[in-house]
Design a protein around this ligand. Structure first.
Ligand code: CMX
Length: 440
């Protein structure tokens, strides 16, 4: 058993015993009450599942195993001479629950390099898709094509004991994370660089090798990829990509099937696709004004026009957060430290000043502040990645780390098939009438 698996097993055995005790002795403790509004309005704020890897606070933002993003940028191991955390470190933190040592992170870098071979048929499948297919469609197709490699599916067919499910799920999680950068880079180079592909360089860490395979060799782009791949990993369990992966995984669909479901959710414009929408929205603004920097008044007009047309302002608002997303702030800090001046990034800063009071003024938007997607595209454009339809794939590669760590935990702690109840409007109307009658 490899060292990471060993470390995970020790933690999982202890937590599984705790969970059994909680359910047996405290199973009737109430965690909240469900209201009619919550049932109609996307289950906002309704506690409905356990996710070990991270927890979101509406005011403060995400914490991974108790650590905020600024803390992790300081504390997680870095590449030699690097300034941003290695994503390997946050994966370790989510999986094991403790900060990793440099040695732990090096183990994961080497392990992912070892496991990174993508079978040829995956590229063949991609090559059969029209090159115009959206990068997320290509990404999801490739993930499904890789399902032939599922260790869990093979072990399940042989009749594995349910106590051991987590072990092949761990194998699939590690293999898939190792392979995704190659797959994503293949899609990028196929679609945008005339199919001229770049071989991996396994002397590099996972994120730097990804940057290399995409064709970006600048030290600063590597730095950005390490930060990008760290901050997009996880956002507790209820967001669409994490929840879909968890839900499909609960049917014991293997990690490839589960993750493809999560990625289909990430490809929606209210979730991960918002990062491409933000860029398209900014470019449209720039072009409508003939290029250059718009004034604050022009940005305000553009926001009002977007709202008047019944569209959302992409990159703003959140289902849980009620303050500026710390993932936005981390990227803003990256801009101010390493880039300093760039037109598109400046527009992002101006929108940040102008949009919140306008959104708040509508009286209905609960969170007028920017989310992670408001900034990410502008940084990528600065380094020359203009192909904004590809951005959600980058988000997806990072999101794999969080949802796969969670999936290993789900199987290790015996999380059952997820099957919430549902009701009809007629049922709700009868209940409302019955309660009113009882009160009268
Ligand atoms: N622009 C315009 N209207 C917005 C808005 C925005 N940025 N954010 C919310 N609203 C609207 C909602 O559409 C809703 O309108 P209706 O009552 O007419 O249906 C109303 O304000 C109330 O919504 P809310 O409770 O504040 O927000 P929700 O929890 O329903 O939705 C989210 C959250 C993210 C889908 C929404 O804020 C949004 O559409 N934002 C723009 C898209 C975006 O940036 N998504 C990325 C989120 C982060 C990620 O997952 O990657």
């Amino acid at each position: 058993m490899d060292r990471l698996k060993e470390q995970f097993k020790e933690k999982a055995t202890a937590l599984s015993a705790d969970i059994k005790d909680i359910v047996k002795n405290h199973g009737d403790v109430k965690l909240g009450e469900i209201t009619v509004a919550q049932v109609y309005q996307g289950m906002r704020g309704m506690v409905g599942m356990v996710t070990e890897t991270s927890k979101l606070d509406p005011e403060e933002g995400i914490r991974f195993r108790g650590y905020s993003i600024p803390e992790l940028r300081a504390k997680l191991p870095k590449a030699p001479g690097g300034t941003e955390p290695l994503p390997e470190g946050i994966f370790y933190l989510m999986l094991v629950g403790e900060l990793p040592s440099q040695e732990d992170v090096t183990f994961i870098t080497n392990e992912w390099a070892k496991r990174s071979h993508v079978p040829k048929h995956v590229f063949d499948v991609l090559d059969k898709l029209p090159v115009e297919a959206h990068p997320m469609t290509q990404f999801i197709t490739a993930i499904l094509a890789m399902q032939t490699e599922s260790v869990f599916a093979k072990e399940y067919a042989k009749g594995i004991n349910k106590k051991d499910y987590w072990d092949p799920i761990y194998e699939d999680a590690m293999n898939m994370i190792a392979r995704l950068p190659r797959v994503a880079a293949y899609i990028y180079r196929r679609k945008y660089k005339n199919g001229v592909h770049i071989e991996p360089n396994h002397k590099l860490d996972w994120a730097a090798n990804f940057a290399h395979m995409l064709g970006y060799e600048e030290v600063d782009f590597r730095r950005l990829m390490r930060l990008y791949m760290t901050i997009h990993v996880d956002h507790e369990g209820g967001n669409v990509s994490a929840h879909a992966t968890h839900l499909v995984g609960s049917a014991l669909s293997d990690p490839y099937l589960s993750f493809s479901a999560g990625m289909a959710g990430l490809a929606g414009p209210l979730h991960g696709l918002a990062n491409q929408e933000v860029l398209a929205w900014i470019i449209e603004l720039k072009e409508s004004l003939g290029g250059g920097l718009p004034s604050k008044e022009q940005i305000a007009e553009y926001i009002k026009k977007t709202l008047a047309e019944g569209k959302v302002v992409p990159g703003y608002g959140h289902a849980v957060l009620r303050k500026t997303d710390p993932r936005f702030t981390a990227q803003q800090d990256f801009y101010k430290t390493w880039i300093k001046h760039d037109d598109v990034c400046e527009i992002v800063q101006m929108v940040y000043e102008v949009a919140p009071p306008i959104l708040e003024g509508t009286g209905k938007i609960k969170n007028p502040w920017p989310n992670v997607d408001a900034h990410s595209g502008a940084l990528l454009v600065h380094y020359g990645m203009h192909e904004y339809e590809f951005y959600t794939v980058l988000f997806g590669v990072s999101r794999a780390l969080g949802v796969m760590a969670s999936l290993v935990w789900d199987r290790a702690t015996g999380a059952p098939l997820e099957r919430p109840g549902s009701v009809t409007t007629e049922w709700i109307q009868k209940k409302i009438k019955a309660e009113a009658a009882a009160k009268a």
